[in-house]
Design a protein around this ligand. Structure first.
Ligand code: KG4
Ligand code: ZN
Length: 344
C-alpha cells in the first residue's frame, strides 16, 4: 500500500499531493496562477514556468509537513511529464527527478491526461474498467474508452478548439476575464438559453468528433450585433455547447462497446448544467454516472499521485532520463482527424 508524492505543473496550477493505495489524499497543496495571467486573458507560458519554479519546492515541503511525513516515507515520486506547456512540465519533471535521485525512490512519469482519466477511480473505489470517459478541459476534448491503466481507446476528439477553450474565449468576448468557464456558468444562470440562435457544429454527423470554433465565432457575431444581453449570450452558448456534447457522446457511445459507466473528468466537468445533462444521458443509457468532486476535476496533483499509485501497484517506474513530452496522446493508434491540430 504505497504512498506516492504527485507533482503537477503542466498548465497554470502548481500542485503537490500525497496519496496512498487506500485512496486517501494524505495532504495536498495547489497554488493557482490566475492572478498572474489575468491581465493577458490566458496563460502566458513563460510566466507560468517561472511561477512553477518559484512555488513548487515550498509546496512539496508544505505537503509533506501537513501529512507529517518525510521524503523517506514516500514510496515513489510521480510527476506530470506531458502533455502541456513544456516549460512548466520541465520544472515539475526535473524536480521529481532530483528528488528521486536524492532519495533513491522510483520516478513515475505521468501523462497528465491519464491523471484526469484515472481520477474518477480515486474518488470511487467501485469504478471498474472499462468505462466511457468524457475528458473536457482547457486543452483537451476527447471521449475515451478507458480499458485499464495505460490502455485507452480514443473514440472522439475535437477538430479545432477544446471545450474549456470555447468557454474561455466566450468569456473573453463577453469581457468576463480569465478563467472563463466559471464566469460564463455564473452569468448563464441569469440568461435565457433560447434567446440567441447559435449553431451546434457537427450535430447530426455520423463521426463522433467535436468542433467549437464555429460556435465561438457565432457568439462573437451575436455580441457585435448589439442585439442581445450578455447573460442571454452566456446561457445560449452554454446550452449550445451542452447540446453538442450530448449529441457527440451518443455517437461515441454507439462504438464504445460494453462499458461500466459514463464518467466525466477535466475542468469543464465542474459545470453544473453540463453535469446535469450528462447525468440524464447516462440514465437514458442505463449507465451509472460518475463525476469526481470538483476539486479533482480541475488540475490537481492528487490525480497525478493516484495515477502513480496505480502504476506503482503494477510495478512500473521510469528512467531518470525520461524526456518531457509537450504532446503525448493517450491512444497513439487513434487515427488523425480532419483539422485536429495540437489537441492530442
Ligand atoms: O482541467 P483544467 O483545470 O486544465 C486543463 O488541463 O486544461 O481545465 C480548465 C478549463 C478552463 O478552460 C476552464 O474555463 C474550464 O476548465 N472550466 C469550466 C468551469 N470550470 C472550469 N468550464 C465551464 N464551466 C465551469 N464551471
Ligand atoms: Zn488538466
Amino acid at each position: 500500500m504505497g504512498v506516492i508524492l504527485g507533482i503537477e505543473s503542466s498548465c497554470d496550477e502548481t500542485a503537490a499531493a500525497l496519496v496512498d493505495g487506500a485512496r486517501r489524499i494524505l495532504a495536498q497543496h495547489i497554488a493557482s496562477q490566475d492572478e498572474a495571467h489575468r491581465p493577458y486573458g490566458g496563460v502566458v507560458p513563460e510566466i507560468a514556468a517561472r511561477a512553477h519554479a518559484e512555488k513548487l519546492a515550498p509546496l512539496i515541503e508544505a505537503t509533506l509537513a501537513d501529512a507529517g511525513m518525510a521524503l523517506d516515507d514516500v514510496d515513489a515520486i510521480a510527476a506530470t511529464a506531458g502533455p502541456g506547456l513544456i516549460g512548466g512540465v520541465m520544472v515539475g519533471l526535473v524536480s521529481a527527478k532530483a528528488l528521486a535521485m536524492a532519495t533513491g525512490k522510483p520516478l513515475i512519469a505521468i501523462n497528465h491526461l491519464e491523471g484526469h482519466a484515472l481520477s474518477p477511480r480515486l474518488a470511487d473505489a467501485s469504478l471498474e474498467f472499462p468505462y466511457a470517459l468524457l475528458l473536457v478541459s482547457g486543452g483537451h476534448c476527447q471521449v475515451l474508452r478507458v480499458e485499464g491503466v495505460g490502455r485507452y481507446r480514443r473514440l472522439a476528439t475535437t477538430i479545432d478548439d477544446a471545450l474549456g477553450e470555447a468557454f474561455d474565449k466566450t468569456a473573453k468576448i463577453l469581457g468576463l476575464g480569465y478563467p472563463g468557464g466559471p464566469a460564463v456558468e455564473r452569468l448563464a444562470l441569469e440568461g435565457d438559453p433560447r434567446a440567441v440562435p447559435l449553431p451546434r457544429p457537427l450535430v447530426g454527423s455520423g463521426e463522433p468528433h467535436f468542433s467549437f470554433a464555429g460556435l465561438k465565432s457565432a457568439v462573437l457575431r451575436a455580441k457585435d450585433s448589439g442585439k442581445y444581453r450578455d447573460a442571454d449570450l452566456a446561457a445560449s452558448f452554454q446550452q449550445a455547447a451542452i447540446d453538442c456534447v450530448v449529441d457527440r457522446l451518443k455517437i461515441a457511445l454507439a462504438s464504445a462497446g460494453e462499458v461500466t459507466a459514463l464518467v466525466v473528468a477535466g475542468g469543464v466537468a465542474a459545470n453544473r448544467a453540463m453535469r446535469a445533462a450528462l447525468e440524464r444521458l447516462a440514465t437514458e443509457y442505463a449507465l451509472p454516472f460518475v463525476a469526481p468532486p470538483l476539486s479533482l476535476c480541475t488540475d490537481n496533483a492528487a490525480m497525478i499521485a493516484w495515477a502513480g499509485v496505480e502504476r506503482h501497484a503494477m510495478g512500473q517506474s521510469d528512467p531518470l532520463d525520461f524526456v518531457a513530452r509537450p504532446r503525448w496522446p493517450l491512444d497513439p493508434d487513434a487515427a488523425a482527424v480532419r483539422g485536429a491540430g495540437v489537441k492530442g
